[in-house]
Structures are given as C-alpha cells and as structure tokens.
Design a binder for this molecule. Sequence first.
Ligand code: NAI
Length: 343
Amino acid sequence: MGMLDRIEEMGHERVVVGQDARVGYRGVIAIHDTTLGPAVGGIRFMPYAHPDDALVDALRLSRAMTLKCALAGLAWGGGKSVILGDPRERNRIPILRAHGRLIESLSGLYVGAEDVGTSPEDLEHVRRETSHVAGVLDGTGDPAPATARGVLQAMRAAASRLWDGPALAGRRVAVQGCGSVGSHLVALLVEAGAEVLVTDVDRDRLRGIRERHPVEVVEPEEIYGVACHILAPCALGGVLHDGTIPRLQAEAVVGAANNQLAEDRHDLALKERDILYVPDFVANAGGVIDGHRLAAGWSEEQTAQRVAAIHDMTLAVLRLAEAEDSGTQAAAEVLALQRLRRE
Ligand code: NAI
C-alpha cells in the first residue's frame, strides 16, 4: 500500500514533512484527529532504517494518541512528530530549531512534548521557535511516575478478571525496561507485594534497581519466555509479534511501551493463546493525564483520581472484549471511537 493510501486508511487529518538541507534536518508531524482538541504528542528523535519507517511510526503513534486521549476523557487530540537522525548528532540544536519552525507553521494544531531521543533541554531549543511545546521545564513535570501508577491500576484490573481480585501480592511480574517508567513501576510492584523480575540492556540501570529493590534479573532475550503472571513491556514498541507471542509464559501483558503490538492482527494472536492483553494506550495514559493537569486546571487530587480511573476503564475494555469475543485492542478502539463520535 502506498503512503497516501495508508494515511487515508488510518484517517489522519494532516501529515506535514519538513526539511532543511543546510542543517541536515528531516522531520514529520502527523496529526491524526483534533475533534477533542489540539493534537498532542511527543517529538521522537531517532534513526530509522528507511524514511518510510519514520512516517509509519508517526502515523501509528499519533493514532494511538487520539485513542488514548479520547478514552482518558481529555480535551486533546492525537499527534506525534519524528525527527529522522541520530539524537547524538553534533548539529542537534539547529535541527531541533528547524523542527520547532515546522511545529510553528501549524499554528497550534500540534503541541510537541518530550519523547524517545528528546530531553527537557532539547524542548527548550524547540521552544525558541514555537510556543506549542509542553514539557518538564514549563511546570508540566515528569510524566513517568503517573504513567507507572496508571500501569499498576491496569494490572489490578487485569488481575480481577483473571484471578480472585485486584491484589498483586505474590504475583510474578516481569518488567522489560527499567527506565523512567519501569523503575517507578518496579517500586510500586514491590510495595504491592509482587515478586518482580526485571531486565534491561543497560547494565548500570539494572544494578541501580537491584541495589534498591529485591528483584530477580533475567537476560533481555529471556524475558519473553519467563514463567510469570504478568509481562510488563516498558522499553520498546513492536515487542509482541510472531516471534515472541508463541514464547510467552505470561497470563497477561500490561505495560507502558507504546505500540506494543507489531501489527493489529497480533491482538487476536494473543487472544488465541488466552493471554489477556491490556492495550498500551489504555494502560499508559497516566502520563498524558498528568500532562493535561495544567491545561484543565485540575488539583493534584483530581489528577490522581483520573489516573486511578484507568482501573475502571481497563475493566470496561476487558468486559467489552469478552462480550464481543473480540481482541482487547479492538474493544478499546470501539470505546474510544464512541467518545469521538459523541463530540
Ligand atoms: P526510558 O528510555 O526512560 O526507558 C526505557 C528503558 O528500556 C531503558 O532503560 C532502556 O535501556 C531499556 N531498553 C531498551 N531496549 C531494551 C530491550 N531490548 N530490552 C530491555 N530493555 C531495553 O523510557 P520511558 O520513559 O521509561 O518509557 C518506556 C516506554 O513507555 C517507551 O516505549 C515510551 O514510549 C512509553 N511511554 C512512556 C511514558 C512516560 O511517561 N515516560 C508515557 C507513555 C508511554
């Protein structure tokens, strides 16, 4: 399928490509849907094997943002942008500014935020060209703790459907990736009495986690095959595919990583293996809910309640999937699209 057909099929409102050969900049902004408000989404800075892969990433991630914001009841739409290249690029400041100019050209239709490959300091360079940036340094804060709390709520909901209640005490939970979200999640799981297994490709991170918590460490490739109750992908997207799904020994998959399913059909592949999958955009909405706090004028307590409501939203998704005998991702999309159509 050609790219224009793909954009039409996925229903994007607008996709903008920018380039500035003088500084070696190439970037894409994908605006999926602005029915509920401006399209909000991270600015990803990373190398791609092929430029089309960057476009596809922006298309998929922006659509997931639409669904995430709709389900979480936020007045934001779905967007995402990508800067193609190595984020360690020496010329990164002019590149970030060029991306800022592309964002500015959309007059607020898209609001960028921190993402893979971009730091709070990077966003300040983008901000020199546009005010349409949300980030750590403007008081929005680090979304990772709220994301982890939301994932924990989604796990509790999954536990209620699978076992005899929401308690995670004594459950074996395998966390893939101990970065910003994963490390907070490990702390919450240990506090909840879970038996936690962890992996990461970064040995220093693992050492730090091990010093702080009673966790079992497994090799990165082994995580898919470990016997556990819940697997929590908190590293990369695309981890649930034909090579990994047959190896899973988990009863549920609940994690923070965006776009965990390599392809939509893997929703059913998990169902066929009787593995309960909580769609990523349901489980990981805590960060964007927290980010919406300033715009909505919510207190800390109101924000915390909205993050906690991920529990009930997860239950609603799982119940609908059971009633319709569908995949859970398909059920979550139905609920999100219902909210969009009501607007
Ligand atoms: P991060 O970059 O802080 O942490 C990712 C961790 O995964 C790093 O420690 C990295 O070494 C590790 N890792 C990378 N490849 C790995 C592999 N093959 N096996 C094991 N570990 C590996 O990222 P962060 O912020 O914790 O986000 C994690 C995921 O959750 C990402 O996919 C992100 O898009 C998603 N997410 C994050 C949110 C947030 O609030 N930070 C919100 C919603 C989604």
